[in-house]
Design a protein around this ligand. Structure first.
Ligand code: AMP
Ligand code: TRP
Length: 324
């Protein structure tokens, strides 16, 4: 039996945080044993916001390195930079011609950013490029956090539309969104998600943060009124966020955390969460230290060549179906 194909991407915009890890990257790693996995540093997506070329250049390699430290294994999975495989943008252009502007106008990420200075065509058509990433490799499943759900729906619509107009070619991909951890919230405002671009560094914990920084961030994390440690998103979003983090990092369940820390007080609980996060991230920090930049770059180059070959085979069929 042939294995199902999994595809996902991470933008090289720095600040890879525990939300990225718990919502998506942990799943990327876990899926490698069972599926044919393709993971991509989506650098073309990252240029839709203003950038400094030197910083961008560093962030690209850094993203690849962080993903390898987390456990993306280039021996097992196809792993490369999006920009090095031109079939992504070719397919994106083709899919753009069957994408309604009405549907793009409804994308929440676009609506959030459309009014800010610097909104541009790339940002608007970003979800079409994402659909192309996924469909280019005929992916069956896509591990992502909750915020990407709408983009996955667009991808499915485009696959169905292409298939009905030009012939059955694309599988309809399913999102893989974890039940817990798909939306880790900001430590400073537990009603909005933890984000790479939040100007307040205190709002997030980075995957590579050192133990002291993690302790400091958690001490300062916003909690709720009252003092009981109880999971309740309505009444206690701050504490609930910390409970989820602890459960995910220790593999424990929410009820037993409530039992253990219910009356311990926020201070004690936060210290325990900090130790759980530190311990959970320690292997990643160690792996990162052992990685060599030149070796990472070499592995990415090798991935590029394989990805191009595979993408070209698929893309040739799309060209034929469309009449080129
Ligand atoms: P990005 O930071 O946009 O490159 O996202 C990379 C992956 O992390 C995507 O699959 C996102 O859905 C996921 N992600 C981003 N922020 C969070 C968050 N706060 N909680 C859970 N998953 C997230
Ligand atoms: N849009 C995704 C994000 O911001 C990144 C991404 C680009 C992606 N292409 C993808 C994720 C394809 C999954 C599959 O996180």
């Amino acid at each position: 039996m042939t294995k199902k194909t999994v595809f996902s991407g991470l933008q090289p915009t720095g600040n890879v945080h525990i939300g990225n890890y718990l919502g998506a990257l942990r799943n990327w790693v876990a899926l490698q044993d069972t599926y044919d996995c393709i993971y991509c540093v989506v650098d073309l997506h990252a240029i839709t916001v203003p950038l400094d070329p030197a910083e961008f250049h560093r962030d690209r390699l850094e993203a690849a390195k962080v993903l390898m430290a987390v456990g993306v294994d280039p021996e097992q999975s196809l792993f490369y930079f999006q920009s090095q495989v031109p079939q992504h943008t070719e397919l994106a252009w083709m899919l753009g011609t069957i994408t309604g502007t009405g549907q793009l106008n409804r994308m929440t990420q676009w609506k959030d950013k459309a009014d800010v200075a610097g909104a541009n065509l790339g940002l608007y058509s970003y979800p079409v490029l994402m659909a192309a990433d996924i469909l280019l490799f005929r992916a069956d499943a896509v591990p992502v956090g909750e915020d990407q759900k709408q983009h996955l729906e667009l991808t499915r619509d485009l696959a169905l539309r292409f298939n009905s107009r030009f012939g059955e070619e694309f599988p309809i991909p399913d999102p893989i969104i974890p039940e817990h951890g798909a939306r880790i919230m900001s430590l400073q405002d537990p009603t909005s998600k933890m984000s790479k671009s939040d100007p307040d560094e205190g709002s997030r914990i980075l995957i590579l943060d050192d133990p002291d920084t993690i302790r400091k961030r958690l001490k300062r994390a916003v909690t709720d009124s009252g003092r009981d440690v109880r999971h309740d998103w309505e009444e206690k979003p701050g504490v609930s966020n910390l409970i989820e983090m602890m459960a995910l990092f220790t593999g424990g369940d929410i009820a037993s955390i409530e039992d253990e820390y219910g009356d311990a007080g926020y201070g004690t609980f936060k210290d325990a969460v900090a130790e759980a996060v530190i311990e959970g991230l320690a292997p990643i920090r160690r792996a990162y230290r052992d990685l060599d930049d030149a070796e990472v770059a070499r592995l990415m180059q090798r991935g590029t060549l394989d990805a191009r070959t595979r993408a070209e085979g698929h893309q040739q069929r799309v060209r034929e179906l469309m009449g080129f």
